[in-house]
Design a protein around this ligand. Structure first.
Ligand SMILES: Cc1ncc(COP(=O)(O)O)c(C=O)c1O
Length: 361
């Protein structure tokens, strides 16, 4: 058994959280209508804008990322118009389902799981119809594919009215994302992936264009209404009671991230990706995601050796001390995922890979 006092998470979310961050949550509570909170909010806002590479604003939501999926759709897509979803994995498909559940008219560009969306596919769809928004998943956590968001954005903006919505739940702070330069109208994320915070808080960089659109839509709901969130944000506040402890933790974690450097953090993730690929290929496994689009934050290993993923999970948990992934949804078992995201270090990754070697010996 490992020397650690707890089972470490080696999952593609929630990820392992450093003790310092867990402890930051135990600070004495502050009231969210008081000056101390406004100071915390403003401090965090400045750091989040640097992390998203945006000059606009970053809304803070007391929910997981899924809530902001709904907020984006309700605030950005008019009922009489359509939304285009780029689907090809569990999460991109779920976002399209959420648009349907909100009564929106949905078209999809569906690719096989493990494949990426290309700008040409999007240009083709946009040549046939006009859309209020195009929704793309930056990093599809179920398959380990990273989509070429920057190039897709260039195509989307050729259509006047189309806004560009990006789910970067498992990409943000692990792989390159530049909201303003890439023309993204909403980039939404959760806390429990490469941000390496506990779950329960979500963030989104939101453009002026999207807020303008929202003004033309009457029934946007309340909790995830971006105009309501923006109104409070201007006063360094939130409309509803926020997850204060998680915001304190986010503030501390952002200091560590900015000290590391956002770009250096991306580079660390990429180096861990390369080490993971080298390990998998040297052992005779395949890589599930399409070459050229393999994620920096999570590698989906094609289980070509046919290892028993349940036995692997038991071994890693009981003998090495890590909770492991066994694959997602319809590709569970045929694949398993090695998440190299968040505050994972090369040493921790090597410990995991060494454990897997011991299992297979
Ligand atoms: C790419 C992606 N989008 C959205 C979600 C949903 O996020 P949450 O569970 O924070 O609501 C996940 C969760 O794993 C995800 O991986």
């Amino acid at each position: 058994m490992s020397q650690f006092d707890h089972k470490r998470l080696f999952l593609p979310g929630p990820v392992e959280v450093r003790r310092e961050i867990l402890e930051a949550q135990s600070a004495w509570m502050i009231g969210h209508r008081r000056a101390e909170f406004a100071e915390l909010f403003a401090r965090l806002q400045g750091k989040l804008k640097r992390a998203f590479f945006t000059d606009s604003r970053v809304v803070v939501s007391g929910s997981s990322g899924s809530g902001l999926w709904e907020g984006a759709i309700r605030c950005g897509v008019r009922d009489e118009r359509k939304v285009l979803h780029l689907t090809g994995g569990a999460f991109s498909e779920r976002w399209a389902d959420i648009s349907r559940a909100n009564g929106k008219q949905v078209d999809c560009v569906q690719v096989e799981w493990g494949r990426a969306h290309t700008p040409e596919m999007v240009a083709n769809a946009l040549s046939k119809a006009s859309y209020d928004a195009v929704c793309a998943v930056h990093n599809e956590t179920s398959t380990g594919v990273t989509n070429p968001i920057r190039a897709i954005g260039e195509v989307v903006h050729q259509q006047d009215d189309a806004l560009f919505f990006v789910d970067t739940v498992s990409g943000f702070l692990g792989t390159e994302l530049r909201v303003d330069d890439w023309g993204i109208d909403i980039a939404l994320t959760s806390s429990q992936k490469a941000f390496a915070l506990p779950p329960g808080i979500a963030f989104a960089a939101v453009s002026d264009r999207l807020l303008e659109r929202a003004k033309s839509i009457p029934h946007r709901g309340y909790y995830f209404d971006l105009l309501t969130l923006e109104k409070s944000l201007r006063k360094n506040n939130t409309p509803a009671t926020p997850p204060i402890a998680l915001m304190v933790a986010a503030d501390v974690q952002m200091d560590a991230i900015l000290a590391e450097g956002v770009e250096a953090r991306w580079a660390r993730h990429r180096a861990m990706r390369d080490a993971t690929h080298a390990w998998a290929l040297a052992r005779g496994f395949g890589l599930y995601a399409q070459a050229g689009y393999r994620s920096d934050t999570v590698t989906t290993v094609a289980n070509t050796l046919g290892i028993d993923v349940n036995a692997m999970g038991d071994f890693m948990e009981n003998e090495v001390g890590f909770a492991m992934d066994k694959g997602y949804g319809k590709i569970k078992g045929a694949t398993f995922r090695l998440p190299h995201m968040g505050d994972v270090t090369m040493n921790m990754l090597q410990e995991v890979l060494g454990g897997l070697d011991a299992f297979m010996a």
